[in-house]
Design a protein around this ligand. Sequence first.
Ligand SMILES: [Zn+2]
Length: 369
Amino acid sequence: MDHVLKLSPIIDGHNDLFAWYFGCNYKKLPKCPEDIADYPLDTLSKGQTDIPRWRNGAVGAVQLNIYSDSLSSFLDAYDLLFRLEKVYNKDLQIVQSADGMRKAIKNGKIAILPMLEGSDRLESKLSNLRLFYKLGLRCVTFTYTTGDLADGSDDLPKHNGISPLGRSMVKEMNRLGMLIDLSHASAKTMSDILDITETPVIFSHSNARKLCDVNRNVPDTILLRLKANKGLIMLDMVPDHTTNKFANWVNTGDSIYYATKKQFPGDKAKLRTVMDQWELENPKPTVSISDIADHFDYVKKLIGVEYIGIGGDYDGIEYTIEGLEDVSCFPKLLVELAKRGWTKTELKKITGENYLRVFSDIEKKSKAL
Ligand SMILES: [Zn+2]
């Protein structure tokens, strides 16, 4: 396994370190303090990501989500990224191209490709997209919730897929050579974008809907179209995207939580008692490395190994798969796949080679446009 990872380190499709820095996805983003020491990366963090664990996980590159809740906090977070690169320059290097990523990996750096999860942070403006391209933004999750551009997977639909403005955004992303990420899009949005994109697309962190029937996973019909598009699905390490049993457990827990909150407004003690009792009677199901390896086998059988990558979603998740608790754990997944007969050539493709092929293709096609 060491040999595989030396030749082709992990390129992680989605990391939410910045969401962890700023509290959690659902809390308001605090202002970036001026003291960079508040954002340590060189020691073991309490979250799921830091430089020592990236190193132990043989991670060579990361699509790092510059988490924010508005255009202005996105700018603050982007500034923080540049400052982190400067402080940790022995380990980190921001890259803007497939070749840049290859070189950084070769020089022993962890290449950071800035990505943005949700184009509404750009206020759905093409001008903002172009400006952030100049700042090095290379991957945008097209929609997180339903916004002006398109419908999200777990939100009320508004456009029946993609809006006219969304179409312009796809064209502009094609022209610039940006990676269009379809994770969190509704199935109709996925389909609409596949109809019009002139470059390959990616799913930065999604699994197969056939094995775990949640809206944000990818249906077989779309996976087959992804193969024709020569794109990439980066399978994620999230228990509630991996087994139906776990997804149902989360959904039931959520509905009880919100119903209790509504019934006893402001009564935090009551809410805690009800949830503790529920969890006692309904213990959290276990999701194993074997369960997520099933998604890799399934997608490989359906569309082939060429279109598969890995997208951890670490620090953006509350629950973890047993044995895959943080960014240091990726090699354990590969060991499981090797046990199932995946060859070294196949493993090198999913760790990084497929991603770099797709990124290079996007750059080439954009030049031609
Ligand atoms: Zn996400």
